[in-house]
Design a protein around this ligand. Sequence first.
Ligand code: ZN
Ligand code: ZN
Length: 703
Amino acid sequence: MTELQPPSSAIWVDVVVTTPAHSGLGDSLTYRSERPLTPGALVRVPLGTRETLGIVWTLRDEPPAGLDPAQTRSVGATLDAIPPLNERWRELVAFAARYYQRALGEVALSALPPALRDLQTEQLARRLKKLAASAPPPSGTDNPPPAPSPDQEQALETLRATIQPVLLFGTTGSGKTEVYLRAAERLLRDDPHAQVLVMVPEINLTPQLEARFRDRFAAHGVVSLHSGLTPAQRLKHWLTAHLGQARIVLGTRMAIFASLPRLRLIVVDEEHDPSYKSQEGARYSARDLAVYRARLESGHTPCQVLLGSATPSLESWHAAEQGRYLRLAMPGRIGGGALPRLRLVDMNHQPRHTVIAPALVQAMVERAARGEQSLVLLNRRGYAPVLACHDCGWKSDCPHCSAHAVFHKIDRTLRCHHCGHTTRVPRACPECGNLDITPLGRGTEQIEEQLAGLLADARRPDGQPVRVARLDADTTRTKGSLESRLADMHAGEVDVLVGTQMVAKGHDFRRITLVASINTDGGLFASDYRAPERLFALLMQAAGRAGRDAAFVAEQGSSVELWVQTWYPQHPLFAALARHDYPAFAAQQLEERAAAQMPPYGHQALVRAEARTQEAAQAWLTLASQAGDGLPGRNHLTLYPPVPTTIQRVANVERAQMLLESPSRPALQAFLAAWQPVLQALRTRPETRGLIRWAIDVDPLSI
Ligand SMILES: [Zn+2]
Ligand SMILES: [Zn+2]
């Protein structure tokens, strides 16, 4: 047998690659390299029978114990046309993988543009050459901005003086975007290399924001990063950011992982928006990572994070209350426009089977006749259905929790998603005997049709029939259809726009004087404790679409109104809404959360399992729970029994989940880290046959 001695120049490197989930392959693989490599360099390495893209993570003086040098394979080509990913970027990715309980390789490699995986070194070199030739065109000058309002001036002044995370609490229409623009502008002027990351919930819904940034920073290279780009575009944008050519990156949640070597400012617009939380793979929160990333970057060069919202998440609000974030309030609307007046429609006092109250229909008819527009909001988030009796107000509450039990149609049960308590659906209301108990917040399907019928005789100022249009995921699937519908609305071609939460986002419609929420109650009493927070944000945001053009409203002599239909007009949420009083609402909600030890006072993780049968999914979760006994942190944790998920069967796959809670985040993290390998080992147990996959969701947004 011949002794294979590695050449003396060989070094050992740990390379991070994408390995299959739960493969047990570890975070990185050791290779040898005959030439010196730098951490963060992109390399091609053999993996099994194929070659794959990897990131050099650590250099070693000697091979790890137990590794047979003769069996160790060598690193292939290095993509040395691309500068290595810097240490802060690697730390960010490593933190995200640890915190959200995913493989490092999965998180790191999925943060890179997919096209990078398939490009040969020479192809890449050619692309980079082309980029270098085309960039940066500092032709022309940035466009001059409008004069800032006193509120904006004040906010900018405070921003300049702090390095703390800042929560910009600005009412809809207060001009938060102008603050972002000016903060970015100042930075780009003061530091010739500085880069700015601006995150938005959904880029295609707010083309105006992108246009404003492009317009203002014409000379500075603005690129976008989001899932709507072609692979070639995404690669190009990623590279210009990584090379420092793009000074401003505008993107959705994925952009939090962009490589920005000179990052000095991160803006998270609409920071409360649930779309910042990923719902697949590594279920990270881009907002939370933004705060973490700014701190990481600040270890190198000061980097500020600016979270903006009219209705901040309770997590951020709480952080501001505690002094961890600096709160900046901008209470006034630009142009002095008033926020809409709330008009509650008590559905208890409407004719039987009313879907849209006659007074509301009449109000829309009058507005259309005057050439004003109305916006009708259908609250159709995937709320878990809670049963209610409209006669006496009974709701399917859990007897053990401050939570509502969820109606599971499949086996006619009511289940608490918090503690797992299960009962059969009663035949009649347990309080008053009413036979007509129904899930709250249902029945949105026919609203548009009904509305069209109710408005059939209404006329526009030109005598033409009133035009109703719909805006939701179904009607905007084809390319360009969203843009054209929005354009119709802006042009006044449409009188009544009906839609899901999509209609509430950031649009700057000028002629809307009435906003109506038709089926509001699903958000008041959903099983999900975050539902009221979401509802309040949605209603405030929708309300913010009305009366944006104060001059138009004054000219029309119209009043700006938010109509809300509800069976529960006494709910405290509406009292706060009527005063546009987010702080009061937040205080009330935080009090409830504190009493129940819910986030942000307690910390949660959710384990989801998918299996061929519901029994198998739950059996695995039960085993998982038992296997957690004695692990670090376990004493500070509550593990609840498994429950089926709200939508329990999808394409013949059964799904169940189990909630973990702890007052201590470190305890929860320590437990999860120790639990992962134990869970992987469970797969070999015969009881778990039929299990398809499982995943952990840290800080879940809905239970
Ligand atoms: Zn009843
Ligand atoms: Zn319960």
